[in-house]
Design a protein around this ligand. Structure first.
Ligand code: CU
Length: 309
């Protein structure tokens, strides 16, 4: 039932979004239809509710969101009924001589115990979800994600240390005909095989950033001098957009994230191509920085990063 209601809400949101898109954005709606089999994980005009799920983490988030939504609706209806009763049955005209009762032991126990039980019902799946998102149990692939002012640096240690930077495409260079989206498209997306469990290790080079891709249900701070772990899995082919969502300075809005999920064979081909194309002059510098950080006393990460520039 709760799933049905949650789905109904999402479908209503999707229907409204589609209607709005058809009405106001005929051109872009037609582009989206052309690439219908590829999922686009991005915000939609007039969208309400959570973004569509591109992977298992987001599906779990939807389920939890639906549960909480169902509870919220029940509580809201209950409180509304109580208020309506008070207004109708106990107003000065209908009830001129009010009761002086001020304590009711049974009622007081009930309004303490029932909310506690509701919180337990929310807490159990909530903690389960937090631990599920925490780390990949069986990772197929590890990717190092580093937040930098103001772009992303990605490394594939399992693919021979392939490393490259990913930068926003400026608004004036955006090509909507090629499916590019202002403030979300990047020059080099993070490419992953569809269906693979991706272990993500995050670090920050300068300040705290945050790796956030809503449609894949992944979000993790990138903190200088600290390595954090999370994971995600794209269960559908497509491109999933996100943004740094930790205010990190002047160009915070200019560090979008694009994750492209492709079949395994296509991923291998991309790795081979990227190794040649992106043979990065930056990679040795990163290794040198890592060495310097390892040898430096704690708390000096920022100065080392500064010195490198
Ligand atoms: Cu940032």
């Amino acid at each position: 039932m709760q799933r049905v209601i949650g789905r109904w809400f999402r479908l209503t949101g999707a229907a409204m979004a589609t209607l709005a898109a058809l009405t106001f954005f005929m051109g872009s709606a037609m582009n989206a239809a052309a690439a219908a089999e590829q999922m686009i994980g991005a915000p939609v005009p007039w969208g309400i509710g959570l973004q569509e799920a591109g992977g298992v983490l987001k599906e779990r988030i939807h389920e939890f969101n639906d549960l909480v939504l169902y509870i919220i609706i029940a509580i809201t209806v209950f409180v509304f009924i109580l208020l309506a009763l008070v207004v109708v049955k106990f107003n000065a005209r209908a009830n001129p001589v009010p009761s002086k009762t001020s304590h009711h032991t049974g009622l007081e126990i009930a309004w303490t115990v029932i909310p506690v039980l509701i919180l337990v019902v929310i807490a159990i799946p909530s903690f389960r979800l937090v631990y599920y998102e925490d780390r990949a149990r069986e990772a197929d692939l590890t990717i190092n994600v580093q937040g930098r002012q103001w772009y992303w640096h990605y490394e594939y240690p399992d693919q021979g240390g392939l490393a490259f930077d990913s930068r926003a495409i400026l608004a004036e260079d955006i090509n909507p005909a090629a499916g590019q989206i202002r403030n979300l498209s990047v020059d080099e997306p993070l490419v992953v095989p569809v269906g693979a469990n991706i272990r993500v290790i995050t670090t920050g080079q300068d300040v705290i950033h945050s790796f956030f891709v809503p449609s894949l249900g992944v979000q993790k701070y990138t903190i200088p001098g600290r390595a954090l772990e999370t994971w995600f899995r794209a269960d559908r082919e497509g491109i999933f957009y996100g943004q740094c969502n930790q205010i990190c300075g002047t160009n915070h809005s200019m560090m979008p994230i694009a994750v492209r999920a492709v079949p395994a064979a296509e991923f291998q081909a991309w790795v081979e191509d990227a190794k040649k194309r992106l043979a990065s002059a930056d990679a040795p510098a990163v290794a040198a920085t890592a060495l310097a950080v390892a040898e430096a006393p704690a708390g000096t990460t920022l100065q080392i990063a500064e010195a490198r520039r």
